[in-house]
Write a protein of this length. Sequence first.
Length: 60
Amino acid sequence: MYHIELTLENLKVIKLWYHLIQKDREETRADHETITKIKAMAIAAKERNADLRLFRRSRE
């Protein structure tokens, strides 16, 4: 199994691409599930960044 680290910026770009592609066709259930996963990954990345900043401040 591979571990792939995506930054919050990477996830924002993927989400933008996803929405641009959807303009030409009807969304499927799989499409909705995919965008939900991307949103969840973005939220997790954002929270991880916030936790890291908080941890760094507490050590100073």
